[in-house]
Design a protein around this ligand. Structure first.
Ligand code: ME8
Length: 511
């Protein structure tokens, strides 16, 4: 049996509502999960919420409710927005789930029994919003080197994880596996960090109550990052159901933002090594989004909710814009203007018009029934067939590298090729000349066949648009039951079927 393709997002803190930054990773993970399902693979796609820690406890305190009440209220905002964005996660993990708590306690006990966890005094600085420990030498102007906010002095007896013990093995693993940390720039960052030497990591908090109590010392709770990273294995029943766990683990990719790279590319693999578990195949850290040139922050009041953009542009356009506009590994800047430009050019004009034109011609020239291909060839056919036969392979190669924007670029190159075909074959002229009737049949069939392939190609990125084109082509079953490249061959569209005009896919946005 082939292994399940396992893709994860970070689990998000519930101190605040989701915004376009959080949705960025989740939409990308969803496109990846759907792409692998399109290929006919078994997929497990995980997302969820990180509900413990000081940051969340303080948010609850400010709201005047208990932490549990707070997280129960906040988690709804995440579930709601993922549903609206058509996120197809197979499971939603919450770190307050009894199952997660049980697995986390089992895991830490295992490491403690092995001697990889010991008691010592921690003295240093703590950034509450980032939930990160820092040494005095790491601070920048006395502030958190990560986010620039105030840090707090922590001095307490903590349990430590022997991270240093795994430094050499980890270094070798990253050196031997060039794809383990991606993109390259992040891999270099991790390598140089490890080469500077790793110190053992505090993994418990004494004064905090909101967390998972340590099984070997109930007076302390697990450090929120140690707890959170374990979601990737608790969600798939590590230590509870071996058969299930082994059919899914190791993860094929953990998609994360670049600011949490060290946790995922250093601490997490070392934790797995300590537990004798295989490492994920890849940790991919994407860039950060700014809004109209500025970092999103509550104080600036420029935090954008996905709902706002979905209301204005629709779900598919939302997904398309974020995947197409930015190069995943790099930082990017959101602007409403660029979203409108993309929408009108790529969705309304190139794609939407193409679909309407083809369907309208089948209606006008063949009473809405897709004709049998006549075999009457023309010069324009070969370039179209070539574009059709190459597009999936190109998309696949781009997706292997998590280059969502390139994958979509290849699909739009195909859209352009079909648009050219429509223009060059000029069905409206063929229709005027009865002796060209066979050629008209062939041309219309090729256009419809191109839309069939296009609908399938779009499914991972714009599931609704894919499904709508499918309906317009007269299919009654779900497009999600169909696969590529299995159904990429030319000529699979059954002639004689009636097309449906329906509503336009992406009406132009007037400015
Ligand atoms: O770090 N641009 O949770 P978090 C792009 N709970 N991506 C962004 C973004 C932006 N402006 N802002 C947030 C945590 N993200 C931990 C994770 S995992 C075991 C624990 C995305 O709620 C990006 O994926 O702060 C980033 O890594 C994540 O949200 C951080 O979410």
């Amino acid at each position: 049996m082939s292994k399940t393709y396992y893709v994860t997002t970070p689990i998000y803190y519930v101190n605040d509502k989701p915004h376009i930054g959080t949705a960025y990773t989740t939409v990308a993970a969803d496109a990846l999960a759907r792409f692998h399902r399109l290929k006919g693979e078994k997929v497990f796609f995980l997302t969820g919420t990180d509900e413990h820690g000081q940051h969340v406890a303080r948010a609850a305190e400010r709201a005047g409710v208990s932490p549990q009440e707070w997280v129960d209220t906040m988690v709804v905002y995440f579930k709601e927005v993922w549903e609206r964005l058509n996120i197809s996660n197979d499971y939603f993990i919450r770190t307050t789930d009894p199952k997660h708590v049980e697995v986390a306690r089992k895991f830490i006990q295992k490491l403690y029994d092995k001697g990889d966890i010991y008691l010592d005094v921690y003295e240093g600085w703590y950034c509450v919003p980032d939930e990160s420990f820092w040494l005095p030498s790491q601070l920048v102007d006395g502030k958190c080197p990560q986010c620039g906010r105030e840090v707090e002095l922590v001095q307490e007896e903590n349990y430590f994880f022997r991270l240093s013990k795994y430094a050499d093995r980890l270094l070798k693993h990253i050196e031997d596996n060039p794809d383990f940390v991606q993109p390259e720039i992040r891999r270099n960052e991790v390598l140089s960090f490890i080469r500077q030497g790793l110190t053992d990591q505090s993994i418990s908090r004494k004064k905090l109550r909101w967390g998972i109590p340590l099984p070997f010392d109930e007076s302390q709770v697990m450090y929120v990052w140690f707890d959170a990273l374990l979601n990737y294995i608790s969600a798939i029943d590590y230590g509870l159901d071996d058969e299930k766990f082994l059919s899914i683990w190791p993860a094929d990719v953990h998609l994360i933002g670049k600011e949490i790279l060290r946790f995922h590319a250093i601490i997490w693999p070392a934790m797995l090594m300590a537990a004798d578990l295989p490492l994920p195949r890849c940790v991919y850290a994407h860039g950060w989004l700014t809004v109209e040139g500025e970092k999103m922050s509550k104080s600036k009041g420029n935090v954008i909710s996905p709902h706002e953009l979905i209301d204005e542009f629709g779900v598919d356009a939302y997904r398309y814009y974020f995947l197409r506009e930015f190069s995943f590994g790099y930082d990017g800047n959101f602007s409403r203007e660029s979203m409108i430009v993309r929408y009108n050019a790529d969705l309304a004009n190139a794609l939407g018009n193409l679909v309407s034109r083809v369907i309208a011609m089948v209606e006008r020239y063949r009473d809405g029934s897709v004709p049998e291909p006549s075999g009457c060839k023309g010069d324009a056919d070969a370039p179209l067939r070539e574009a059709a036969s190459e597009v999936f392979g190109r998309v696949d190669t781009a997706m292997e590298r998590f280059a969502f924007n390139e994958a979509l670029q290849h699909i739009w190159d195909f859209v352009d090729a079909v648009n050219r075909y429509v223009d060059e074959t000029a069905a409206w002229d063929l229709f005027k000349n009865p002796s060209q009737s066979d050629r008209l049949d062939e041309v219309l069939y090729n256009q419809v066949e191109s839309l069939r392939l296009l609908a399938l190609l779009l499914v991972p990125y714009m599931p609704n648009a894919g499904e709508e084109i499918w309906r317009k082509l007269g299919y009654e079953d779900s497009i999600h039951q169909h696969h590529l490249p299995a159904e990429a061959g030319w000529g699979l569209f059954p002639p004689g079927r009636k097309v449906n005009k329906g509503k336009p896919l992406f009406p132009r946005i007037q400015r």
